[in-house]
Ligand binder design. Sequence first.
Ligand code: 4AD
Ligand code: MG
Length: 461
Amino acid sequence: MQNKPTVKSLLNAGAPIQDLELTGWVRTRRDAKDFSFIELNDGSCLANIQVIADVALDNYAAVRHIATGAAIRVQGDLVESPGGGQNWEIRATAMEVIGAAPDDYPLQKKRHSDEFLRTIAHLRPRTNKYGAMFRIRSRLAQAVHGFFEARGFDWIHTPIITGADCEGAGELFRVTTLDLDDVPKQNGSIDFSRDFFGKEANLTVSGQLEVETYCLSLGNVYTFGPTFRAENSNTSRHVAEFWMIEPEMAFADLNDNMDLGEEMIRHLVNFVREECRADLDLFCRFVDKSLPATLDNIADNDFIRLPYTEAVEILQKSGQNFEFKPEWGKDLQSEHERFLTEQHFKRPVIVFDYPKDIKAFYMRQNDDGRTVAAMDVLVPSIGEIIGGSQREERYDYLEQRIIELGFDPADYWWYLDLRKYGSAPHSGFGLGFERLLMLLTGAANIRDVIPFPRTPNHLEF
Ligand code: 4AD
Ligand code: MG
């Protein structure tokens, strides 16, 4: 493909360019006596470029009917713009409509609500805000890979279809090819031996168990891909399909894990501030005025590290009228997480050493017999953004925990094998990519940071 200019490359041009060709979508058109001014956007950047068509064009009469939303091809020259506001504009020598947009194009020039734009998720990336959001999302994903690449982590492609329930929370989407109108049964229950894999299968809730196996052979690794949870919670922070970044470090304990999580979040905050300036600026100005301060706060301050037991004490002594009473042994609610990060410490907080009964089976048991080496990273306005732990590397402890929780050790034979042959301390975590984007853009609803959000009763597009 030849090196065709984009709006972005043209707006950054160092000198005029003769006879170029540009394609894109019309944002607006306004007419003067012998001219039409078209604001053209091609998605390469937030800004539009102004295209000037004049009466000399042989199809000038048709140009004056080009509507907002139309796809056009322009030929012309890049010239210095006499008007204020932009350095360059295009003087068109030819203009062709590739795809017209009738009057009912839903994105006429006005501000639309996020709720409305969700109903036209196929068109919302043509708005300034969502164009910016999904350019940032793309850059950020690349930056995640760059972060690990620079630190010698290998990227492992863990499976999406799996037989394991990593978190043990039962929030699984089943994968089956059985005929639902005629399900094979044996002794009254479903006969999964007749299903595609000859056993029960589901979409993964986490690549952790599989990535651990590669950690204990390649060393530091990560997986980054889609994960699925059938949790029926209609909140602004949950979707049924989301992307998770899960690093796993060999010969590493909980402190190493906290260090990595903190370093990673800070690195990505700095990346977006430096590399996505124009797009980020839109969010700072129109979405969340406190965003610059939030990002500065994360970049400039160490995260607080706080044992769960102390966190509960702080909450109990806070004098706050929480909906859920903070109590040792109960999970922190989002109101508790937000109190700690937004009011008490006013910065990100890593809570660690949670009660073992509220955490997953694979977490390393602490010597106190009642907590595990878990950690959650909590950030202002979102709450939990990272969940992780040091893993139980001792065969007997792990097997006993699996039995205690009513699982069958035989289902975990390969996971237990890792503890039998050359076991080693290792640690990792999961960072929710959408929650990270919410943090970095100030978006209040997770549905607005993923192209096509999947939530209960919503599977349009
Ligand atoms: O805390 P979670 O459940 O941890 C795990 O899945 C571990 N196996 C990860 C690991 O140690 N490798 O989920 C990790 C993160 C959460 O902190 C949150 O950011 C995000 O995944 N997350 C969700 N994001 C959007 N929608 C949902 N329904 C989410 N559930 C979890
Ligand atoms: Mg969690």
